[in-house]
Design a protein around this ligand. Structure first.
Ligand code: CUA
Length: 156
């Protein structure tokens, strides 16, 4: 088969740019792999009850108006499931699961996380208004999925 000289040149450039492209993808994937996002802290799902801060789940004051809210998800509940937050608090919610994948959605807010065994997911939110929020599980997790909720009250 006869290949025209210009076609050869184009073929060369085509393959060449493909290599460059693959190298860039490979390098950036590697660079990302070296630095996992901080929202994906790992945890042994079998040892959640013994691992701080999840050995004492709940709201912890960490600074001036700053709090950590550590929540354990399991089939089919959140621990704790009644939470009071002072108005104006900046809260970092950390959540993990002891068993299967659960969801963590604070209805009416932008708090929405997938909770996977082996990982701690975090979301920081400032609660500037008093009121009530319901945390719901939005990942199907079994027979009690629809009952898996918790209540958050923002109080003065
Ligand atoms: Cu937990 Cu659905």
């Amino acid at each position: 088969m006869h290949i025209h000289k210009y076609e050869k040149i184009w073929l060369f450039f085509g393959i060449g740019s493909l290599f460059v492209f693959l190298t860039i993808i490979g390098v950036s994937a590697f660079a990302q792999g070296n630095q996992p996002p901080s929202c994906l802290t790992t945890i042994d799902p079998e040892k959640v009850d013994e691992t701080p801060p999840f050995n004492k789940p709940g709201l912890v004051k960490t600074g001036d108006n700053e709090y950590q809210l550590n929540i354990v998800a399991s089939a089919f509940a959140y621990t704790p499931n009644q939470i009071e937050i002072p108005k104006g608090a900046k809260v970092t919610i950390n959540v993990t699961t002891k068993d299967v994948i659960h969801g963590f959605e604070m209805a009416g807010t932008n708090v929405n996380m997938m909770v996977e065994p082996g990982y701690v997911n975090s979301f920081t939110k400032t609660f500037n208004k008093t009121g009530q929020y319901t945390i719901v599980c939005n990942e199907y997790c079994g027979a009690g999925h629809h009952m898996m909720t918790a209540k958050v009250k923002v109080v003065n």
